[in-house]
Design a binder for this molecule. Structure first.
Ligand code: NAD
Length: 505
């Protein structure tokens, strides 16, 4: 299987060498107006993948204008036709699933066991929103005595979508599919560290019959291409996934043009394990939710809040399992953790293990680079025990395979610990006490809570965070709330009084 994946990758890399990674504007793959490119390297072996268009404000302007022109027709494309095109895009994603999975693994370091699923989930995202196209414009009827009021929803206009490097393919589909279903047109700015699959996806969409200009891609850096997109007057809204501090910048940058923003930001999510929990299932979920996707996952349970009665037993089991997690080449289906996105991120994650020790916590597993994997950005999974709420490792998002364990004595203390951070994305609660589960679910600062479960995404449900973890919700109808405007239309029956002016008193 590894050999087959590597063969597929080699053929994709040959294609990429030839084509480069260009901007896609108005249906055409073109170089940047800057005439410059930047190099993209793989975290697997440090080798160059390709030259990427160095997008600047002129490219953003061109793409935004193309999106604005295309919006005039795309918004009026009959629902059935729009639905058909979105399903055709899903068909193409399935057709290219293998190519997407190997490229995503090589570009990001994410193990193929996850990127394979991401490609399929990407197609499912398009199908889900394709089936919603017909109802997306539906509104509410709110009749009054003399008027009938009704609302309809209309696409907001061309939108900017800015995505991060951790799960670039999946997150792009998640944002772009509802935008297109709503009738919006798109300018996508992918992360500079993981640009490859954005073009495969946009190409697949054009091949499926998406009209030119509806979906544009401009590569480049946050401070140049990203900033220009958030400031462009033709762009009516920005859907952003990334770091909390970047969210603040985007809010400032978009203020002048009154951008609507949707932010999915960082997290430091708690998983509560009480003494009455199903220990084996809790253990599986704790490990999966921290060490899958290289721990580079916004919803990961990065703080384990462990009841003191089961502390030692649970930690012993956890330590054994974490030590056995298989780190290796992401193209190998057996690999559980691949290389982190970049050498600087590798150093950042390792520096937190050092910091944990300095702060008085204990590194039970990892904190070093694997000896047998010299070339890539690999780290062994890290497990840190004896963490307290005053430590930085209890508060800051490490965004790697790094789990901080904190001890609690009772429910009140557990909730206090959980809510002591500035983030509030997800929480996971493991207990068999139904009443306790409900109390914590109500009281914990989080946009999403799972009880006795890892994160299992159900597309109609709202996805998003509170506090510094985000603004707005994705999923089902919630996505349309963002990408559409609600218009109220009030029609009189002809029976109401109209005040008369200018007729004398
Ligand atoms: P990042 O904020 O550094 O970059 C994300 C994107 O923003 C990139 O495309 C980047 O080029 C762009 N950008 C940077 N500065 C910009 C600016 N001033 N204006 C406009 N665009 C700009 O994030 P990252 O390091 O790529 O991703 C990791 C972060 O993403 C983590 O904090 C993680 O928690 C978060 N994340 C959140 C979710 C969620 O759903 N809440 C999902 C995935 C990742």
């Amino acid at each position: 299987m590894l050999a087959k994946n590597e063969k597929k990758l080699r053929s994709e890399l040959r294609k990429l060498k030839k084509s480069g990674i260009k901007n896609i504007i108005n249906g055409k793959e073109i170089n940047s107006a800057s005439k410059k490119t930047f190099e993209n390297f793989s975290p697997v072996d440090g080798k160059k993948i390709g030259d990427v268009a160095y997008g600047i404000d002129k490219d953003i302007d061109k793409a935004s204008k193309a999106a604005a022109t295309a919006f005039k027709t795309w918004r009026n494309v009959p629902h059935k036709e729009r639905k058909k095109i979105l399903h055709a895009i899903a068909d193409n994603i399935e057709k290219y699933a293998e190519e997407i999975a190997v490229c995503e693994s090589y570009d990001t370091g994410q193990p193929i066991r996850f990127t394979k699923k991401a490609a399929i989930r990407g197609a499912a995202n398009f199908r889900f929103f394709a089936d919603k196209v017909i109802d997306a414009a539906n509104g509410l009827s709110t009749p009054d005595t003399h008027h009938v009021n009704f609302t309809m929803k209309q696409p907001i206009g061309p939108v900017g979508i800015i995505t991060p490097w951790n799960a670039p393919f999946m997150l792009s589909t998640w944002k772009i599919a509802p935008a297109l279903a709503a009738g919006c047109t798109v300018v996508h700015k992918p992360a500079e560290l993981s640009p490859v699959t954005a073009n495969i996806l946009a190409r697949a969409a054009h091949e499926a019959g998406l009209p030119k200009g509806v979906w544009n891609v401009v590569h480049g850096f946050g401070e140049t291409a990203g900033k220009a997109l958030t400031e462009h007057d033709d762009i009516k809204a920005i859907a952003f996934v990334g770091e909390t501090t970047t969210g603040s910048h985007i809010m400032r940058q978009g203020a002048q043009t009154l951008k609507r923003v949707h932010f999915e930001l960082g997290g430091k999510n708690p998983v509560f394990v009480f003494d009455d929990a199903d220990m084996e299932r809790a253990l599986d979920a704790v490990i999966f939710m921290k060490y899958s996707l290289n721990g580079e996952r916004c919803t990961s349970s990065s703080r384990l809040l462990l009841h003191d009665k089961v502390y030692d037993k649970f930690i012993a089991k956890l330590k054994k399992r974490v030590s056995k997690i298989k780190v290796g080449n992401p193209l190998d289906p057996k690999t559980e953790i691949g290389p982190l996105i970049h050498a600087s991120h590798q150093e950042k994650v390792l520096s937190y293990a050092k910091l944990a020790k300095e702060e008085g916590a204990k590194v039970l597993v990892g904190g070093n680079k694997p000896r047998n994997l010299k070339n890539g950005c690999y780290v062994n999974p890290i497990l840190v025990d004896g963490v307290t709420t005053d430590m930085r490792v209890a508060n800051e998002e490490v965004f790697g395979p790094f789990l901080s364990v904190l001890k609690f004595k009772n429910e009140a203390e557990a909730v206090k610990i959980a809510n002591s951070v500035r983030y509030g994305l997800t929480a996971y609660i493991w207990t068999k006490d139904v009443e306790r589960a409900h109390r914590i679910a109500r009281d914990v600062d989080a946009g999403m809570v799972w009880v006795n479960s890892q994160n299992v995404r159900h597309l109609p449900t709202p996805f998003g965070g509170v506090k510094y973890s985000g603004i707005g919700r994705d999923g089902g109808e919630y996505s349309f709330e963002f990408y559409m405007e609600t218009k109220n239309i009030s029609v009189a029956y002809g029976t109401h009084a109209i005040p008369k002016l200018g007729v004398g008193n």
